[in-house]
Design a protein around this ligand. Sequence first.
Ligand SMILES: Nc1nc2c(ncn2[C@@H]2O[C@H](COP(=O)(O)OP(=O)(O)O)[C@@H](O)[C@H]2O)c(=O)[nH]1
Ligand SMILES: [Mg+2]
Ligand SMILES: [Zn+2]
Length: 309
Amino acid sequence: MSVVEAVVLQGTGGIYQLRTVAGELLEASIRGRLKQEGQTKIAVGDNVGIERDERDGAWAIIEIQARRSTLSRKTPGRARGERIVAANVDQVVVVFAAAKPEPHVRMIDRFLVIAEGNDIAACLVINKVDLVGGPAGAAVLAEEYERAGYPVFRTSVQDQTGLRELHDTLAGRTSALTGPSGVGKSSLLNALFPGLDLRTGEISESVNKGRHTTVGARLIPVPDALGGYVVDTPGLREVGMWGLSPEHLDQCFPEFKVLIGECKFADCGHDHEPGCAIRLRVEAGTISRARWESYLKLRSELRELERAW
Ligand SMILES: Nc1nc2c(ncn2[C@@H]2O[C@H](COP(=O)(O)OP(=O)(O)O)[C@@H](O)[C@H]2O)c(=O)[nH]1
Ligand SMILES: [Mg+2]
Ligand SMILES: [Zn+2]
């Protein structure tokens, strides 16, 4: 009996949808022994080994491979309070629109912090540049994030702008696309990977909005010669920033991180402390003021969360 390698696409009620390395789609449950070893926390994106029962032909997951990353939601104050949304995500792709809806920097920064907090690379997509007269119309926003160290793609599904570059970033990797509803995530994926046929133009992913509905993430194989997957989550908002301590938030802003050692005080909060290397850069215009304001805003939110516990 040989072990087959597969990726977990989705899982509900102990039944997992998998895709084998050969591209075959099948369902499997967890082998009893694996359960006993306490390794039942299988996540979407996990690479697993499966085996077929000779008597009833059913597939069972018998092993989980070590993860190269986890996108998880951590509960503050609880050592075991981690819930993995997806495993083995290579990058978080934060999608916004140049207009309709208007970009919201605080929300962009929140998504980027979630990626950084999980040690996952991030990039930005500014879609619908056709609505601002082409890529040049989104230059200010793009430069703001490029300066912070993030790759930025400016795209238009309508004008077929920037699609090749984005395709090359997504193909062959596992990407979690996130961003507000209506910015064109599904349209972009359909344009990049013909045959995907995702529904577009929906008002919102409202089925996932109910307080009691916990619809997990889903991994979608992209039809491409290089392979790759996109993670369809109910929204990274659901992942949240929980578990991040306000004192470590500066580590989640890459352009701050390299300067922290230069602040006069080791515990500098980068607000109005004397000798703050970050505020100095903000005043000089080399660090974006909007990013600094995001940092202060998000830090006070994290402090509120901490107090609530
Ligand atoms: N003008 C313009 N409209 C777009 C573009 N991309 C998507 N849309 C439209 O924006 C709406 C929302 O797109 P959708 O892909 O469903 O967004 P999602 O909610 O992020 O998945 C649809 O009506 C699309 O036709 C674009 O590049 N330019
Ligand atoms: Mg969509
Ligand atoms: Zn400082």
